[in-house]
Design a protein around this ligand. Structure first.
Ligand SMILES: NC(=O)c1ccc[n+]([C@@H]2O[C@H](COP(=O)([O-])OP(=O)(O)OC[C@H]3O[C@@H](n4cnc5c(N)ncnc54)[C@H](OP(=O)(O)O)[C@@H]3O)[C@@H](O)[C@H]2O)c1
Length: 289
């Protein structure tokens, strides 16, 4: 699959540090999606220490590069290899407790990469006792199949090569875009973070409307789903503006034009999406307080 272009100027990763010791804290849905991608490039890692209370899948435990621990204490008791990166992939409500375990470590050389929604670099740094190097990222659900789009922001204290390595870690689950300002994260959350749900809702709506037009449920389901996934693949391969792609399939006086006249009348859909995303952005700001 042709993944979204990484807008980051340093995509070539020329100066990135390879052979790092990466600790993955939390190996649930997102953590295991990243881990699966990292295994395709084991040369990037000296080792990957996974801290996760549950059992790990055999494909991970059989890998020479991965070691599994049920707690940070277990890791510290068994392995003294200095840690370069800690990827924080636990739920936001578990984060304070999970991160505070690292407070007793020498943190000056460790970069913390958090994928938790709504938690700022400053908040995470505070949990670590202040002055830590924190990178924050917002992935989205298609990451589970390697087709996510992640926005990343690195605090000033993070060196360029460490930021590059974080980009590389996240490229395991799709495209990565580096943000110049952390304040953009709330709008990003409203767009790409929550965005998959808007598209799922559109799929549901098309399916329901198909049924109202007399199509059997199963047929309507398959047509709606196939249309949305096909459009996703097309957008992935054809970089023309979405408006151009839309105009290309809209003949004057045709069926598509008839439908779009409803959706675009008074910018109806645009206004609705805009209202919805403003709500999401507002909520993201509230949750981050
Ligand atoms: N899923 C998404 O689409 C998505 C999108 C954007 C951002 N994110 C962010 O990604 C993060 C992870 O989400 P997820 O969906 O992967 O969650 P998840 O499936 O619940 O995975 C989190 C894992 O961390 C484990 N865990 C909890 N406390 C721990 C600790 N102290 N040390 C080590 N492991 C611990 C959990 O174990 P237990 O189950 O036993 O607690 C669970 O296996 C969240 O912060 C979320 O905001 C997710």
């Amino acid at each position: 699959m042709n993944l979204p272009v990484d807008e980051h100027p340093g995509n070539h990763i020329a100066g990135a540090k390879l052979g790092s010791h990466v600790v993955l804290l939390g190996c649930g849905r997102m953590g295991s999606a990243m881990l699966a991608g990292w295994l395709n490039h084991p040369e990037n890692f000296l080792k990957i220490s996974v801290i996760e209370p549950a059992e790990l899948d055999k494909k991970y435990t059989e890998s020479d590069v991965i070691a599994h621990y049920s707690s940070l204490d277990d890791l510290a008791n068994i392995d003294a290899t200095p840690i370069d990166f800690v990827v924080l992939a636990v739920k936001p409500q578990m984060m304070a407790e999970a991160v505070s375990q690292f407070r007793n470590m020498a943190l000056d050389k460790i970069v913390f990469l958090s994928i938790a929604a709504g938690l700022s670099c400053e908040w995470i740094s505070e949990q670590l006792g202040g002055n830590s190097q924190v990178v924050r990222a917002m992935p989205n659900t298609p990451a589970a199949v390697g087709a996510g789009i992640t926005a990343l922001y690195a605090a000033q204290s993070v060196a360029a090569d460490q930021k590059e390595f974080c980009v590389r870690l996240l490229q395991a689950i799709g495209g990565v875009i580096v943000l110049p300002d952390e304040k953009m994260m709330d709008a990003v959350t409203a767009l790409s973070g929550s965005g998959p749900a808007y598209v799922f809702l559109l799929t549901e709506a098309m399916q329901a409307a198909g049924e109202q037009l007399g199509l059997p449920q199963e047929l309507s389901y398959k047509l709606a789903r196939g249309t949305i996934s096909g459009v996703g693949a097309l957008l992935d391969q054809d970089t023309s503006d979405a408006s151009v792609l839309r105009q290309n399939v809209t003949s004057k006086g045709g069926t598509t034009a008839a439908a779009l006249s409803v959706l675009m009348e008074d910018d109806a859909l645009l206004k609705l999406i805009s209202r919805a995303m403003s709500k999401a952005e507002e909520r993201s700001r509230e949750l981050g307080k």
